[in-house]
Design a protein around this ligand. Structure first.
Ligand code: F1P
Length: 351
């Protein structure tokens, strides 16, 4: 298939492999940053996909560095500085995330932080010549994760992998670093096993609405998956923290809905209960988890067992090629061109 977005989705394990092979560049930068920065608390800032990445990324940093971390939209940081600035002491570490490095709100945030004298501001980006990279002291640039497509796919997973490495090197967690090196092979196996099955499932199902559910670090993935569905296939999609779905949104459940569960290790028993309830209410169900028991299998219309054997934080990015393919095949089923999403451009620039 000669579709750029499709090629970029499939290329992800190779791009992860390049990051892993060059991870010493991340380690070197982390050493420099540790010398100049107290690493007391973290804010991750971005727009669109890069914002959803900041949500999951904050969980990763928080988990391994045992410090507070939060994801924020660049517009909130810009309009409501109390979101990150609670005192005159500018001692939090801020990671600005952007594929392009030229999104207006994101660049404005960096300029504002600089004017305030905030020094611990670092970029995570895919374009070395961008305004963002020029404005900050240190940047983590992964050029080959950049895309020709409007829709961000491999840049999302690759920048999240980078944050996992930053967390691993900052905390000295060798177990995490070891687990991350398994991701390319796991990703390749997963994509080759499920790609055609997902296409068939989407074409047979003829679904019109999607719901993505995930707890903790999986919520950012759920929100990003929902965005892929909207951008590529112009279908209605929503995302919630899994158990939040009972608190109102489930009033909308019906047979036209596909509920995609991004299951974690810790919440799986509770997530399973919701799965069973939703199945009873008539929803179509799609589960992604590391390993499924009999009950999960019996209540899923489609089941993806990652079978990674690695920890849930290490394997986060493996969920994404699956939901990206869902968006891609839904677009094709509707006769849409995922390379030319309606009303969208690669970068949002406001005058
Ligand atoms: C972020 C972003 C994308 C979105 C859109 C415009 O860009 O909002 O998430 O798909 O096409 O840009 P960036 O700041 O990461 O470059």
């Amino acid at each position: 298939m000669e579709i750029i977005t499709y090629k970029e989705i499939l290329s992800q394990p190779d791009i992860w492999g390049n990051i892993i092979n060059n991870s010493d560049f991340i380690e070197k930068k982390v050493i420099e940053i540790k010398k100049e920065c107290p690493l007391n608390s973290f804010y991750l800032v971005g727009c669109g996909t890069s914002y959803f990445l900041s949500l999951s990324g904050a969980w990763v940093l928080q988990k391994f560095l045992k410090k507070r971390a939060a994801g924020l939209t660049a517009s909130d940081v810009y309009f409501f500085p109390e979101s990150y600035k609670n005192s005159e002491k500018l001692d939090s570490t801020i990671f600005i995330i952007s594929r392009s490095g030229t999104t207006t709100e994101t660049v404005r945030v960096v300029e504002t932080l600089k004017r305030q004298g905030h020094t611990s501001v670092y970029a995570i980006c895919c374009r070395p010549e961008s305004e963002l990279v020029r404005e900050v002291r240190h940047s983590f640039v992964i050029e080959d994760a950049d895309e020709k497509s409007v829709v961000m796919t491999r840049s999302f997973t690759s920048m999240l992998l980078l944050i996992k490495y930053i967390s691993g090197f900052c905390s000295g967690n060798q177990q995490l670093i070891k687990e991350l090196s398994k991701l390319p092979i796991l990703g390749r196996t997963l994509i080759s096993h499920y790609n055609d099955l997902i296409e068939k499932f989407v074409n047979d199902l003829k679904i019109s609405r999607f719901v993505f559910l995930g707890q903790g670090p999986f919520y950012g993935l759920a929100a990003e998956s929902g965005l892929k569905i909207k951008e590529m296939s112009l279908s209605i999609s929503e995302a919630y923290q899994t158990l939040e779905y009972r608190h109102g949104p489930m009033s909308m459940v019906g047979s036209e809905v596909l509920i995609v569960f991004l299951m974690s290790e810790r919440s799986i028993p509770e997530e399973k209960k919701l799965l069973l309830e939703m199945k009873k209410l008539g929803a179509h169900t799609f589960v992604i988890c590391d390993r499924a028991d009999k009950e999960i299998k019996e209540n899923s219309d489609f089941i993806v067992e990652i079978q990674s054997g690695i920890s849930e934080y290490a394997r986060l990015i493996l969920y994404m090629p699956i939901t990206q393919l869902l968006g891609f095949y839904q677009a094709r089923y509707k006769g849409l061109d995922p390379d030319n999403p309606k009303n969208l451009s690669q970068v949002v620039q406001i005058n």
